[in-house]
Design a protein. Structure first.
Length: 591
């Protein structure tokens, strides 16, 4: 019941969305917003120390700040890396699945050595400012740049070793990690068993990683327990009041919004239909309408394949200016950074690690991660299209002629007028079905074409195929008869697309989900014998859901000797943080 009330409150407010931030108009608005719990976030990562040529892996967990359970409010989270100049090195958009998501960032040689901050948040969390946002220190060392002044000091590194040992960890009474022995040879298989002793009390979402312990003293990363203590007093609801502006949560997917103004008068364009299309073979169409202030919004729920969006106003009687909205960055003026300095004694270690990174990256092709394929997008909404490959027919110079001579059931109506449109013949389901004269939905390489007369003379020699269905569709408040999808050979229609009252804009994509590579050395397989293995991260499982009592994993050690930490880090379904750590040794002298 409470969840229904929360979602209802959000939908009411979203219906009045005007810009990047919403202004609380009155007491009713404020009361609705107060019903929506604030959120908080935790980011588990592969830091705190990273070198150029390495990946920074991360998992983000977002919670209802009132219950500490995974959020059911925001469906989009953000992970960002900020430098000491308060500049965003990256800001990744993460799709959340029941409050959890993950991604990674490759640290290139363009990123200088320095102290950085990793941030985790949702748009809704921005309303409570920087204190609500997850923050943790990341040290980046880039040995390929001559200028290392940001990390150099004439004295030795000034991290207090006593503080490094103060890691809060859970006891093994709930969940335990076990290996068959404590010491392993390089490239030896490790069997890891995870046992949950407490049933439902141990169920939850965790990150499982096996990583070499850092040889340089750095500020320890926040594990789930230290995070829980640090953010215990996070805001439980927004603090804004009437007249304040707030960020609204992305409750139904990626939020795309903006404003439309009459170019001549500069006034907001009210009650105008707006069509948003995501181009490509798997295109998306979304409809919106401007409010009294000229604002429009829509949500993208599906996994889109294109980082561009086309926003168009169908009305041609006036000229309009379209602006896509972009959320403001959170104010990070008060962000502070770790007190860390390099020393000359660390030079040899830095050189050695960098050389090993270069060797490891040379063989990345033999150890690739794979992108998880998302569900395909069906632009025909379940209909089975008729597909015409134009090379199988006599070619005609224009689209209009091609529809007449090659494509059945489709052609232009009201030709030689500014109101010309493509119509697809109805596929009558019954003898008494009403006849209509609705236009077709027309796409070229996934770009929605609002005014068909503009493409009558489109060069058909560039068209590879035409697909169409004859079903009736409704887009927004307008009826359409059929869909016709035109695909060019080069799929580059968007590159040259210009039309009155249209705007082509970049639209940041969420981070793609991956299956991370897991190295193995089966006895009968010699393919890796001559490939060096200097992995520091032996296993990275960003999301691991415990719903049972026993789990077994296996991973292989690398050629890199030293002490490795096996860490299970995350939260139970009740919001309790758990961090379990076990160490193993990798050495050529292991028995």
């Amino acid at each position: 019941m409470k969840t229904t009330q929360i979602l209802t409150a959000i939908i009411i407010l979203i219906a009045n969305l005007g810009s990047a931030q919403y202004v609380i108009k009155d007491g009713s608005d404020l009361l609705s917003l107060k019903k929506v719990p604030q959120e908080k976030a935790y980011v588990d990562h592969s830091g705190p120390l990273s070198f150029s040529g390495e990946y920074l892996y991360y998992t983000i967990h977002c919670f209802n700040a009132q219950t500490n359970k995974p959020t059911n409010i925001s469906t989009i989270g953000y992970v960002a890396l900020v430098n000491e100049a308060k500049e965003f090195v990256f800001e990744h958009k993460i799709k959340l699945n029941k409050g959890h998501g993950y991604g990674d960032f490759f640290i290139t040689t363009d990123i200088p050595s320095g102290r950085y901050k990793l941030l985790g948040y949702t748009q809704w969390m921005k309303n409570s400012g920087l204190p609500q946002v997850f923050k943790d220190d990341i040290i980046i060392i880039n040995p390929y740049m001559a200028d290392q002044t940001l990390l150099l000091n004439k004295t030795t590194a000034n991290i207090d070793k006593n503080n490094l040992d103060k890691k809060s960890v859970s006891d093994a009474s709930i969940i335990s990690l076990k290996t068959s022995k404590a010491s392993y040879l390089p490239r030896e298989k490790v069997n890891l068993s995870i046992k949950n002793y407490k049933g439902a009390l141990g169920h939850g979402s965790y990150t499982l990683k096996v990583k070499r312990k850092e040889e340089i003293d750095v500020p320890p990363a926040l594990n789930s327990i230290t995070y829980g203590n640090a953010y215990f007093n996070a805001d439980k609801e927004i603090k804004q009041t009437i007249g304040d502006s707030i960020f609204l949560p992305e409750q139904r997917g990626e939020l795309v919004y903006g404003t439309v103004k009459n170019t001549k008068t500069g006034l907001p364009a009210e009650n105008l239909p707006v069509v948003i299309s995501i181009p490509g073979k798997e295109s998306l169409l979304k409809f919106s309408k401007t409010d009294q202030n000229g604002n429009f919004y829509s949500y993208i729920r599906k996994d889109r394949k294109n980082p561009m969006a086309v926003i168009q106003v169908e009305d041609q009687s006036e000229t309009y200016t379209i602006e896509k909205g972009t959320p403001k960055h959170i104010d990070i003026t008060d962000l502070s950074f770790a007190n860390f300095r390099l020393s000359k004694q660390q030079a040899e270690y830095i050189k050695s690690r960098s050389v090993l990174n270069q060797i490891e990256n040379q063989f990345f092709g033999a150890k690739p991660d794979s992108i998880l394929q998302s569900n395909p997008i069906d632009i025909f909404n379940g209909g089975i299209p008729e597909v015409i490959i134009l090379d199988e027919y006599t070619r005609f110079p224009t689209l209009e002629e091609t529809l007449v001579e090659v494509v059945k059931f489709a052609g232009f109506r009201k030709v030689n007028t500014s109101d010309a449109y493509i119509r697809i013949g109805q596929d009558f389901k019954s003898y008494d079905e009403d006849y209509n004269d609705f236009p077709a939905i027309v796409l070229i390489d996934g770009v929605f074409i609002p005014h068909h007369e503009k493409i009558r003379t489109f060069d058909a020699r560039n068209i590879e195929k035409i697909s169409l269905t004859r079903d009736q569709f409704r887009l927004g408040q307008k009826e359409y008869q059929g869909i016709i999808s035109i695909e060019t050979f080069d799929a580059n229609f968007l590159d040259t697309y210009t039309a009155k009252n249209s705007l082509v804009v970049p639209f940041t994509q969420p981070v793609a989900k991956k299956n991370y590579f897991v190295q193995s050395y089966p006895p009968e397989d010699v393919s890796y014998d001559r490939i060096p293995d200097y992995r520091r991260m032996l296993l990275w499982k960003p999301t691991f859901n415990i719903t049972d009592s026993d789990y077994n994993f296996e991973f292989y050690t690398s050629d890199l000797e030293g002490t490795y930490e096996i860490m299970l880090n995350g939260f139970t379904t009740y919001g309790k943080p758990l961090t379990i750590i076990k160490e193993i040794e990798v050495s050529k002298n292991s028995m």
